[in-house]
Each structure stands twice: as C-alpha cells, then as structure tokens.
Design a protein around this ligand. Sequence first.
Ligand SMILES: [Zn+2]
Length: 304
Amino acid sequence: MASQARPCAFCGADSVFALQARDRNRETTEARFTYNRCPACETIFMVDVPADLSPFYAGEYHRFAADGTPEWEHNPTLAEVETARVAMLRRLAEPGGRLIDIGAGPGGFAAAAKHAGYNVTAIEMDERCCDYMNRRLGVHAICSDEPIAELERQAPARVISLWHVLEHLRDPGEMLATAAQRLQDAGMLAIGVPNPRSLQFRLLRARWAHLDAPRHLCLIPEQALASRLRAHGLRLVAATTDDLFGRICALHGWTYALRRRPAAKDSAAVTVRAAQAISRLLAPVERRDLRGPALTLLFVKNPQ
Ligand SMILES: [Zn+2]
C-alpha cells in the first residue's frame, strides 16, 4: 500500500500510511479504510472519510431492551462506570453547577451526574436516546448531529464531558477549542478516548476493537490532547487507563480480537475464557504507564 501524504487531522503535519482496516466489529460494510499516522503528534486518523457516515451507525448502535430502557439500566457494571466517572469529578471539585455532556448516548453518565447534583444538559444525535433522556431521566437533551455548533450556543459550564466522542468527529481540534471556550474559569473538561499508545493497538493493529473502523476517525494520544488544551489555558490534572471503563475495554479488546467477525456479536464461552486469561496475563503491563486501551483525562481551565 503506497503511502498517502495527507495533513494530520489533528495538527496538520504531513502523515504516513499506518494500516488498513475493515469493520470487524459490526460488519456494516465490506469496504477497507486507510488510516495514517502523524509523526509529529502521533495521532492515527482515517484518510478519505466518507461523506455520509450514518450507514455505519445503522442497527443497534445504542442498545435498548424490549421495555424501552437502555442497556445501562439493566447492567450494573455499565451503571457503575458512570458513577465512577462522576466520583472522579467529585474528587477534584464539589458537584453542582452546569454540566454539558456531549455525545451523551442513552444518558447513563447524564443520569449519574444529575443524581450527584449537577444541572445537566446533554447533546446527542440519536433521537431515541434524546427522547429517553428528556422523558425518563428528566435530563435536558438536545438532539443534534452538529455538536460543535450546539455547544457554541450554550451558556458557560462548570463541567464539559466528552466520553468517547472525539474519535467520532471529523474535526476534534475544533471541538476541543469550543469546549475550552465554553468552560467557566476553574471548570473541568473530562475526556475519554481510545489510546493509540496502548499495548493492544501495538499488538493488534487492524484487529483492535477500539480502532472500530469506520466509526472511529481519529485516535489522539494523551500528550497531543494535553498540548493542544494547554494552548487553550487548560491543564491536565488526572490521567488514567486503569479506571473501571479502561479495564472493561481491556477485556473487550482481547475478546473481540479472538472472535470471528462480526466481533461485537456474542461468542463462545471458550473464547471469553481465553480472552480473560490473556487479559489477566497482560494486566500488569496494561495497567502501567497509560498502556491500557482507553484513556480517561481530566483538565482544569485557568487553574489558580
Ligand atoms: Zn498530528
């Protein structure tokens, strides 16, 4: 595969070919997608992003049970992920004030934040998710597939959260700039992203579940995010890949890599056991030095 010289989707530097990947997770298409790597900021990004990405989100991207409730309402572990995220915010600042959750999905984090005392606004493109948040969770949800434009219209917030959102965006840098601008002084920006410096990506490459072609358009490392946000007056105050969500992602990563496609479908018990064994074996490596598959980062704006 010839190298395709393209400007980095995050910093604009010249990039080099990294890999080609299919939609192993959901098999929405047989097409192959090319990802480049930026030698300057180490972002991995898709070149030639299709104009219409909606077919790749078709079907059950957000899962709802027959009674109309989303998966996190029935899965204590998923609910625990969200309360753990809120607890991480609370360790750094008393809860309360305005919180904007971007790409809120079916509202698991929004509900946990509301419960902790935040005044939550959610921005989400999926109508069913917005309907659930507005009607069932009492969270103000704005249905929009233009999150940057929507965020620009919002009053300044004490917390803005981007849980696994940036990797889906065509212009993650513009989202970061807007989020930084919409934060109050001493406000917090919470970011979750797949980790391109993870052990799993280094070993699994195109088989890595959290590459998630073609839904993930870019994988930005921690240093590049911190450097960009520093220019906007935000300082990194917490970074981990060993939170609950990171550990769940680690097991998913090994499990999906062992499955035949589509990797997101349920698989045999023997596959799950094998993945658990690999995960246990490699956990000491994955849990050190931000080598896990999912980064959780907290930034504070203009800290004293
Ligand atoms: Zn770059």
